[in-house]
Design a protein around this ligand. Structure first.
Ligand SMILES: *Cc1c(COP(=O)(O)O)cnc(C)c1O
Length: 297
């Protein structure tokens, strides 16, 4: 995988840096490309025919796994709680995933062992020629690819920096912190919980890494935002960053990240923001924003 660039950008008159993992590859990029690195050597070595995962019907991980399977000539089965109206008129990640051959099933049809362990499963499981991958690719194997991201940052750093990235499952932030903890130029790896509250994120960290001294520092957002729900102030922040920095970020996680950065005054530190991709999902989010708020352009 080629190294992604680290670019200076401006926002509110301050300079910060962006690790452009959104530029890794046009098809699979962002943290999902990092988290999937372990899978490439496995396909041949383990003679895989099929990968299976589960989660929401609009997930970025679902999309990345679909493309991975397509490029590797594998089948991809995905279990989700089916939203019938979305299925009748698929958009964004779901539309592309179905187009590229993802087979979608109702979560209720998932194998029993998966139903029992789905929330706590923290490693992949191989059964015959099928590999089961936890929701959001939240698994110990994802560490390999994130370690590479850490190495690229370590080689770039010339002066003390703070790192910030918003979390879903927290896998990316956790392994980034773990692999940068001995780098003297990294002050701290900060994150914010976007999917649920801090205790949820802490639990996610602990399932992958029980040693809490290796966990990133979780910052409070200015208020609790419901995951993937449109908030006009978040949209405005996203638009503002886009206009001032010239960089398009994701609309689900990144605006909560920006709000948290402002809330904790992190722009005044030497900040490196990790762009984790996810831009395909913006299409559906923009549509939902336009439906909810007549005034946005
Ligand atoms: C998946 C995703 C995240 C969350 O990553 P985790 O490793 O689950 O914390 C954040 N931002 C974007 C754009 C994503 O696609």
């Amino acid at each position: 995988m080629p190294h992604s660039p680290i670019c200076p950008a401006r926002w509110r008159g301050k300079r910060f840096f962006v690790k452009r993992d959104d530029l890794i590859n046009p098809l699979i990029n962002g943290n999902k490309a990092r988290k999937l690195q372990f899978l490439y050597p496995l396909v041949k070595a383990h003679k895989l025919k099929r990968i299976v995962s589960y989660g929401s019907m609009q997930s970025n991980a679902m999309y990345a796994l679909t493309i991975f399977a397509k490029l590797q000539g594998l089948e991809f089965h995905y279990y989700a709680r089916i939203n019938e109206s979305l299925l009748a008129n698929p958009k964004g990640n779901l539309k592309v995933a179905l187009f590229f051959g993802m087979k979608l099933f109702d979560m209720k049809e998932a194998p029993n062992f998966l139903l029992k362990t789905k929330n706590t499963l923290s490693t992949t499981i191989q059964k015959g020629d099928t590999l089961y991958i936890p929701e959001g690719i939240r698994c110990k194997e994802a560490e390999d690819g994130i370690a590479m991201l850490a190495l690229e940052i370590e080689r770039w750093a010339r002066k003390p920096i703070n790192i910030f990235l918003p979390s879903g499952t927290g896998t990316t932030a956790l392994y980034l912190k773990k692999h940068l903890r001995f780098c003297p130029l990294i002050n701290e790896v900060y994150t914010v919980a976007c999917v649920a509250d801090n205790s949820y994120l802490q639990e996610q960290f602990s399932m992958l890494e029980p040693n809490t001294t290796l966990h990133p520092k979780i910052l409070e957002p200015p208020r609790r935002y419901k995951f993937a729900k449109p908030y006009i102030e978040l949209y405005k922040l996203w638009q503002e960053v886009k206009k001032e920095s010239g960089i398009i970020f994701d609309l689900i996680y990144d605006p909560i990240g920006f709000a948290t950065i402002l809330h904790h005054n992190l722009l005044n530190s030497n900040l490196l923001y990790i762009h984790q991709g996810g831009l395909l999902g913006n299409e559906t989010m923009i549509e939902r924003y336009k439906k909810k708020f007549a005034t946005i352009s």
